[in-house]
Design a protein around this ligand. Structure first.
Ligand SMILES: Cc1cc2nc3c(=O)[nH]c(=O)nc-3n(C[C@H](O)[C@H](O)[C@H](O)COP(=O)(O)O)c2cc1C
Length: 404
């Protein structure tokens, strides 16, 4: 679709330099490639494909690209071939950072611990705030998590701190701590998975205590000029989960402890995985990708009942995100359903500092160049979500004929 001349002029305001928070890390524009699991790893180490993928995004004009799921330790992985931050993976990551910089963009990585969302057979323990049934790992023989002790918490904090420092050292520009989508820190925040009776469970003040302590320790360790972003749920997407009110509380605390920016999202991978994406559920491919017959059959039988579909609408998180925008002053990254010039202009008008995009850039890494030059005003991604299936088939990619 061709844009109208006046919207071309207006969108130019998205293509001006902008620093993240109070740091001196300056992006060429407001656009951030949101973390989308690439599946471009071998035995815990990034492949050349991962480097090429992010260089393409940088060449396509994003201000900053984000590598997904940087597990902070071998145990923090959801399954055992996933990348984790250690000396061998830092070598290709350093090269990736150099190449992304040469292509004109900044680079960040999402630091994550899976918590009980794990079928990682190499993990010594399946950690979570509480003892929980692990439906995801059950068929791999990991049916229950252990409730974390204070010592476990300290070890996990140290893993995040160590990972952030390593990435800073090899030339990354920022890190994003994953506090959403039902992974470990989100499991602490959610009443669904946090059943603790101590100072880390119960009220939102208590549920957020460990995640906030962790962020504070990372922020202090990396120092002022290395932005620490946090990905946070607006809500888990189900009743009695982490709520928008909880999100406002946590956002205010993140502002106090000098988090550079919050990337707002939502959903809980083990319960509402499509809440964060919306659109079609690619069930056939998900069944085919099951790692065992038992998994395939379970997905085929229960998938249609347990995986809820959410209708896609442009800027689908905007109403919730506006509540947070009104409550805090720190930089906010809007994410979710931005797919057109009009949508982008709406987000900027509402006072968000950055715009994150996922599927429009999987569909076409040059989407932003096309927007800027006036050749396109709306992404051709149709939210078939087959890109999710592709993650486990050699690497995330768009399956549409029109893909860039
Ligand atoms: C294939 C795929 C993989 C994803 N992997 C991740 C991930 O590893 N970490 C994450 O925080 N979000 C992940 N997401 C969610 C996206 O970052 C984003 O929140 C979502 O797609 C909505 O944004 P969009 O409408 O711009 O696509 C993934 C989304 C897709 C489509």
């Amino acid at each position: 679709m061709q844009p109208k001349p006046n919207t071309i002029n207006q969108i130019n305001k998205a293509f001006i330099k902008r620093s993240i928070g109070s740091s001196q890390v300056v992006l060429e524009n407001v656009f951030i490639k949101s973390a989308t699991f690439e599946g471009m790893y071998s035995a815990g180490i990034p492949t050349q494909k991962l480097i090429d993928h992010h260089v393409d995004l940088a060449k396509g004009g994003v201000g900053m690209t984000t590598i997904s799921y940087g597990a902070v330790s071998a145990d923090a992985r959801t399954f055992d071939s996933q990348m984790y931050i250690h000396k061998d993976s830092l070598v290709p990551l350093k090269l990736l950072a150099e190449k992304v910089h040469a292509a004109g963009a900044k680079v960040s990585i999402q630091l994550t611990h899976c918590g009980y969302f794990s079928k990682n057979k190499t993990a010594r323990k399946i950690l979570a705030p509480s003892k929980l049934f692990n439906a995801y790992g059950f068929l791999s023989g990991m049916g229950f998590s252990e409730a974390m002790t204070l010592k476990d918490m300290e070890l996990v904090i140290n893993d995040f701190v160590k990972a952030a420092i390593s990435l800073k050292t090899i030339g990354f520009d920022a890190v994003e701590i994953h506090m959403g989508h039902g992974y470990l820190l989100s499991q602490f925040l959610s009443p669904l998975t946090n059943k603790r009776k101590d100072e880390f469970g119960g009220s939102i003040e208590n549920r957020s205590r460990f995640p906030l302590q962790l962020v504070q320790r990372v922020v202090t360790a990396v120092g002022e000029n290395f932005p620490v972003l946090v990905k946070l749920n607006l809500s888990d997407g189900f009743k009695n989960g982490f709520s928008l009110e909880d999100c406002v509380y946590v956002s205010k605390q993140l502002e106090k402890i000098n988090c550079a920016a919050i990337v707002l999202s939502g959903g809980f991978t083990s319960k509402t995985p499509f809440y964060l994406m919306r659109g079609k559920i690619p069930l056939k491919g998900m069944i085919q990708n099951g790692s065992s017959w038992a998994e395939k059959i379970t997905m085929a039988v229960f998938g249609p009942f347990i995986i809820k579909e959410y209708k896609f609408e442009p800027n689908f998180f905007l109403d919730q995100a506006l509540k947070v925008r009104k409550a805090v002053n720190l930089d906010l990254v809007y994410l979710g359903g931005v797919d057109s010039v009009d949508g982008m202009l709406q987000i900027l008008e509402k006072g968000f500092n950055f715009i994150a995009l996922a599927r429009p850039l999987i569909h076409d890494p040059s989407f932003l160049h096309k927007i800027r030059s006036g050749n396109l005003s709306k992404s051709l991604c149709n939210r078939c979500n087959e890109c999710i299936v592709e993650m486990d088939r050699g690497g995330v990619k768009c399956v549409l004929d029109s893909a860039g």
